[in-house]
Design a protein around this ligand. Structure first.
Ligand code: ZN
Length: 337
C-alpha cells in the first residue's frame, strides 16, 4: 500500500464539456467530431433495483471462488443476462498457475460495437475470495460491482445510436488471491492475484488492441450503503478527475471525495503498467466488512449502485471527448477513426 499525498487539481476541469447535451443532428453524426453528448435519459435509465437483483442472484449461488461450480453458475448467469441485452459475449478462457495448483479461469467479455475501434473498457471481477473455513458470499466484493456492470450493459445495449467508440464490459476471473493476504504468495512476476486482468491485458496485446484501448474503468466494492469513494493514487489522474467531477455534478458531492483511498493493488494495475489509462472506483479502507463473513446483502444499497452506475454512464461522453482531443499526445497513429 503506497502512501502518497493527495493532489487536489481543481483547475484540470477548465475546458471540460458542459452537462447540457448539445443538439446532435442525426445526419451529421458520423462526420462530426463532436463527442456523443451526455444523454440524461440514458443516465436516468440506470435502475438500481435491477442491479440489486443481480447482487441477490449472485449471493444465492454461494461462495464463488475460481474453478468452482458456483462460479460456473455465476458465469452462465452473467453471460445470459448480457446476451439478453443484445450484446455480443465471448469467454476469454485460460489456465492459471496458482498456489492451489492449476485452475481453469475465464473472463467474460461483452462488446457494444461503435463507429471506431477505439476501446473503452468497463470492468469488475466476478470471483469471490477463497476461504477454507468461512462462508464468504461477497455482497459488496464483488456482487455489487458485477450487478452494476450488468445494469450498465443493459443501458448501453438499449441505445439506438451506435456509440462513437467501442465499449467492452469485462468481468475478470481470479482477482482475489488464493492465499490469505494479497501478496502472501507468488512473486512480482507471478503474483497470486489479478489473474484475469493480467491475462486480458496479454490478450489485448496479442490482438494488437492495446494501442486502441484508451480507458479502463474498474468497479470494485462500490455498493456499500454508506458509500464514500476516495481517490486511489495509482489510478490515472485525468480519468479519475472526469469521473469524480461528473459524480459531483450529478449531486453526489458526499460520495466522490478527494481523500486518498489506499488500495494496494487491483485489476486496473496491469492496465496502468501496460500504458492504458485506468481508474479504480473502490471503497476499501472505510468498508468495515471487507473479506468478512458479514459482507452480506444488507450492507449494499440500490442507491449506491445507482450513484456509481449513473456517474459512469454520464462520464463516458467526456472520456470520449478527452481521448479524441488528446490523440496527438498519446498514441495518435493507432487510433482508428
Ligand atoms: Zn476482495
Amino acid at each position: 500500500m503506497t502512501k502518497m499525498a493527495v493532489l487536489v487539481a481543481p483547475l484540470l476541469f477548465i475546458g471540460c464539456p458542459k452537462e447540457d447535451p448539445p443538439a446532435r443532428p442525426r445526419a451529421s453524426a458520423s462526420s462530426s467530431t463532436r463527442p456523443v453528448p451526455t444523454s440524461p435519459p440514458i443516465v436516468a435509465a440506470f435502475n438500481g433495483e435491477r442491479a440489486m437483483d443481480h447482487v441477490k442472484k449472485q449471493i444465492e449461488f454461494g461462495p464463488r471462488p475460481p474453478a468452482t461450480e458456483q462460479l460456473a453458475k455465476t458465469r452462465a448467469y452473467i453471460t445470459n443476462e448480457l446476451k439478453s441485452y443484445g450484446l455480443t459475449v465471448s469467454l476469454d478462457e485460460f489456465n492459471a498457475a496458482t498456489p492451489q495448483g492449476e485452475k481453469k479461469m475465464a473472463n467474460i467479455v461483452a462488446e457494444i460495437p461503435g463507429e471506431t475501434k477505439t476501446l473503452i473498457l468497463i470492468t469488475s471481477h466476478y470471483d469471490t475470495k477463497f476461504y477454507k473455513d468461512m462462508s464468504f458470499v461477497g455482497a459488496n466484493d464483488p456482487a455489487a460491482s458485477v450487478g452494476t456492470l450488468l445494469e450498465i450493459g443493459r443501458v448501453l445495449g438499449s441505445r439506438k445510436e451506435k456509440p462513437k467508440v467501442t465499449y467492452r464490459l469485462v468481468f475478470f476471473d481470479g482477482e482475489e488471491s488464493f492465499c490469505e493476504g494479497w501478496s502472501d504468495c507468488g512473486d512480482e512476476k507471478n503474483p497470486d492475484n489479478t489473474y484475469g486482468s493480467r491475462h486480458y491485458v496479454s490478450q489485448l496485446q496479442a490482438q494488437n488492441e492495446l494501442e486502441n484501448t484508451r480507458a479502463m474503468i474498474l468497479l470494485d466494492m462500490m455498493g456499500y450503503k454508506n458509500l464514500e469513494l476516495g481517490r486511489d493514487p495509482t489510478s490515472t489522474r485525468w480519468l479519475q478527475d472526469i469521473i469524480w467531477k461528473t459524480g459531483r455534478e450529478l449531486g453526489y458531492t458526499k460520495v466522490f471525495l478527494d481523500r486518498e483511498e489506499g488500495v494496494g493493488g487491483d485489476d486496473h494495475e496491469p492496465f496502468v503498467a501496460a500504458g492504458v489509462a485506468a481508474v479504480d472506483i473502490i471503497q476499501l479502507t472505510s468498508y468495515p466488512h471487507w473479506h468478512r463473513a458479514d459482507d452480506t446483502i444488507d450492507k449494499v444499497s440500490a442507491q449506491s449502485l445507482k450513484i456509481v452506475g449513473e456517474t459512469v454512464l454520464a462520464s463516458l461522453p467526456k472520456i470520449i471527448e478527452y481521448v479524441s482531443k488528446n490523440k496527438a499526445e498519446g498514441k495518435p497513429q493507432q487510433i482508428q477513426e
